[in-house]
Design a protein around this ligand. Sequence first.
Ligand code: KIV
Length: 263
Amino acid sequence: MGIETIKKITKFCNTKRPLVCLTAYTRYMGEILDGNCDLILVGDSLSMVIYGNNFTKNVTLQTMINHGKAVGLAVKKSVLVVDMPKGTYETSPKIALKNAKKIMRETNCDAVKVEGGLKIKKIIKTLVKNKIPVMGHIGLMPQQANKLSDYNVKGRSEKEEKSIINDLTAVQESGAFSVVIESVPKALADKLNKISTIKTIGIGASKQCDGQVLVTEDLLGYFTKTAKFVKQYDDIRGRILKSVHKFKSDIIKRKFPTDRNTY
Ligand code: KIV
């Protein structure tokens, strides 16, 4: 772990105000976000956002590395986290370590994110022991989704609530520096925040979390349909369409290119 990573993560963990976290999959989104949020996540949500899939489960290690590398070219100030995709860490600590090292080395990121708690306690412990900072992810774990209804809120039953609390305990006992809590009832999120000794980052959780994360394209208004936990801050879809129509009209009226655009 480099000195810059230690400094960035220490600052992240010592920040008293709510933490601001967003996703980036490209160099230039990384450039825009760097320093303007505390943490930038190259999430495997890129499977949906970039590649148009319904699930994250088919993302390869190489795809995550390619996007992580691109974002890594731009990110200097924010903590840069890259998701370990499904199938690259759960089977054994040895495989997890090999793949996490590859991600860290090739993308220049500060940490990796893995989904799960109790079931991957040994995996997280091994990564942390080998100086790889880890962010956990509990509650709704998109890597477990095989059908659209699997994206529903988790922890509504007593059994599920207990299991999510156990996951949080396992993640923090393993030495992760932070944990994403996704799509759980507000009351459970508040409970988790009372228990937690590490930074909690909510997405569809509650404002009691130490920070919040959203997929950047969701908040920009890129999609026609989003989850309830998304707040749309712009209408980028509408703005793109407006520009495309203007461009089309200029071409048809022979207003483009002008002398300023020709050689
Ligand atoms: O893959 C992702 O982008 C994520 C965040 C939404 C937390 O896991």
